[in-house]
Write a protein that binds this ligand. Structure first.
Ligand code: ADP
Length: 260
């Protein structure tokens, strides 16, 4: 049977942050859905609610109005369905790589042995074999990001949220790490949402790009990214003839030079 139900759905979501003396309307009437296994990027100006969208999907915030659903059920609190990958890898230097990978399973109270086997298996599959007992400072920036992604995968989430995870990396590393991350998420068949300021990054990695307007964030437009060449890995996306057109369209939708 072909699965048609969205994995993630935001229905007319509004979010107001309240504090004793201020109220910030972060997003208003936002609706979008993400299919199982799809990779979607959210782009838009600073402060338009990109990170807030991820917090809602992760159950860290509740909408002021509207609904956030995963597998058709409202998200009430954080649970193991959703994994997060952030800008800083937050690896603990006093733990070796394998023990860093065990943090999620420890926090969630998962049985240690199977989690450790899965961690080793993911390390072997994704180019980290032999680094189990290295410490984070002994790894390159790219390897650290791979460890951070694997740490997210060890708890076996269906959905992986990526909040600007490459913005601290230098340009060359960034190109290869985004390629590796996208290829790992494809191989693991995860549903993924990336928040980024970087339009080329969004185009290169995604099946679809959602552009939000300035605050309060609303969906301005959506772009389905397809290539005449078929499935294209992020490192090769820039060479595709369609790339520049996608870039120009999204850049323009975001207000061109006013963006950011
Ligand atoms: P983006 O990721 O697009 O830069 P955010 O989702 O982080 O935007 O924030 C959207 C708006 O909500 C911003 O104006 C931000 O200052 C505000 N905001 C974010 N988090 C909070 C919070 N916890 N309390 C109050 N305001 C917040």
């Amino acid at each position: 049977m072909i699965e048609t139900r969205p994995k993630i759905e935001l229905r007319d979501v509004t979010l107001r942050y309240q504090s004793p003396d201020t109220e910030t309307l972060a997003m208003m009437g936002v609706s979008f859905s993400v299919s199982p296994g799809e990779f979607v990027s959210i782009v838009g100006p600073s402060g338009c609610g990109k990170s807030t969208s991820l917090s809602l999907i992760a159950g860290l915030e509740q909408p002021s109005a509207g609904e956030v659903l995963i597998d058709g059920a409202p998200v009430r609190r954080p649970d193991g369905t959703v994994g997060y990958m952030l800008q800083h890898d937050h690896l603990f230097e006093w733990r070796d790589v394998l023990e860093n990978l065990m943090i999620g399973p420890e926090v969630m109270g998962l049985p240690r042995q199977p989690a450790k086997e899965l961690a080793r298996d993911l390390m072997n599959r994704y180019g980290l074999a032999g680094f189990e007992h290295h410490h984070p400072s002994e790894l390159s920036g790219g390897m650290r990001q791979r460890v951070a992604l694997i740490r997210t995968l060890v708890t076996q989430p269906d959905v992986v949220l990526l909040d600007e995870p490459f913005s601290a990396l230098d340009f060359q590393t960034r190109l290869s790490v985004r390629d590796e991350v996208a290829m790992i998420l494809r191989a693991e068949r995860k549903t993924a949402i990336l928040v980024t300021h970087d339009i080329p990054e969004a185009i290169a990695m995604s099946n679809r790009v959602i552009a939000l307007s300035g605050r309060p964030g609303r969906v301005r437009s959506e772009y389905t990214i397809t290539w005449a060449a078929g499935e294209v890995r992020p490192l090769d996306a820039h060479e595709q003839p369609e790339f520049q057109d996608y870039y120009d369209e999204i850049w323009e939708a975001l207000g061109g030079s006013d963006f950011n």
